[in-house]
Design a protein around this ligand. Structure first.
Ligand code: SF4
Length: 334
């Protein structure tokens, strides 16, 4: 496959457009977008992205909702909180609470935690921090002893549970996470490559009131590049270290492949997600009440007798072939 040039100059979000004007005004464009093709200045890019996120929120948040925002401090969750804070400011009785999970990753989490605390303090948003140590008795570094290669799988399962616990403690009615369009497209292709169509089309966004809180992904309409450029234009971009466990084998490969395809055929990722949505519409794949139950060991949500949290904590050997529920292993840093 033809590899991307070192400097990006195309794709769903493209590069700074030196010398080109905004399609909507006279100011210099900072980005080139597709579907429809347009060049946008900083102000019009921010307006365009905010409008798309606002559309994605329609029907998902109601007056009186308490929205738990998963805030790692990284760029995705950072923009998510900023946009939700702006877009929901006029919504009647909607309360935001940011929840940061401290996995216990030495040399990495400290900086992102500081960034999260600074942002919530500046925005005046309630901020809660939960740690793996308190919830699960050990931090991630300790849990990954002799199984570093399972980093994102273990972390994803525990982070999801931690966020659910934090959201429940905060009486949240909705959980919002910072998954972006690239994350979504990668998950679609990964599930296809694994031959797991049911998992690909499963939609938990509606939630099941007695079992878990509905989850929404408002940033799934924005590409990673759009998010980065938005933050830079807002003066909100913070250069943070990368998690030492990032880049699991399959997701890393899929990320590269999709980035190449997006470069050569702009809109590839959006079309991939659209294909999944079309399949969802056809088969109507929502989890049924009977598919979610209480774990026999910890009482948490489970799709079998034992939940994936108990499995990754060593109560069942996950390397022995026991499947971890992929809904719990999104591995997104937010
Ligand atoms: Fe956890 Fe994200 Fe690090 Fe993976 S990359 S181990 S999901 S913090």
């Amino acid at each position: 496959m033809k590899r991307r040039a070192a400097t990006m100059n195309s794709g769903s979000s493209g590069s700074p457009m030196a010398g080109s004007g905004c399609s909507l005004c006279e100011r210099p464009a900072v980005i080139r977008l597709f579907d429809p093709e347009r060049r946008l200045c900083a102000d019009h890019l921010l307006a365009d992205c905010a409008e798309r996120v606002d559309d994605a929120l329609k029907g998902r948040i109601a007056p009186g909702d308490r929205v738990a925002v998963g805030l790692s401090g990284g760029k995705d969750s950072r923009l998510l909180l900023i946009l939700l804070h702006r877009l929901l400011a006029s919504s009647e009785g909607v309360h935001l609470v940011a929840i940061t999970i401290d996995e216990g990753i030495a040399g990495y989490r400290e900086e992102t935690m500081e960034a999260a605390a600074e942002l919530t303090s500046r925005l005046g948003v309630e901020h809660r921090v939960l740690s793996f140590s308190d919830l699960f008795g050990a931090d991630l570094d300790a849990l990954l002893t002799n199984r570093v290669e399972q980093g994102c799988t273990v972390c994803g399962v525990l982070r999801r549970r931690a966020l659910e616990v934090g959201a429940a403690d905060a009486d949240a009615t909705v959980i919002a996470t910072g998954h972006n369009l690239d994350d979504e497209a990668q998950s679609v292709l990964m599930n296809l490559l694994r031959g797991d169509l049911p998992r690909m089309v499963l939609d938990t966004s509606g939630g099941l009131p007695e079992c878990f809180i509905p989850r929404i992904k408002p940033l799934s309409v924005l590409s990673e590049k759009e998010i980065t450029v938005c933050l830079m234009m807002m003066g909100e971009f913070v250069d943070l270290p990368e998690c030492p466990y990032a880049g699991g084998a399959l997701r890393g490969e899929v990320r590269e492949i999709l980035a190449d395809l997006e470069f050569m055929y702009p809109g590839t990722m959006r079309r991939l997600i659209s294909s999944r949505d079309q399949v969802r519409d056809i088969v109507g794949m929502m989890p049924r009440q009977g598919e979610i139950q209480r774990c026999l060991r910890c009482g948490g949500t489970a799709s079998g007798e034992i939940c994936s949290v108990c499995r990754v904590l060593g109560r069942t050997d996950i390397s022995s072939g026991t499947m971890i529920d992929e809904r719990d292993t999104d591995g997104n840093d937010g």
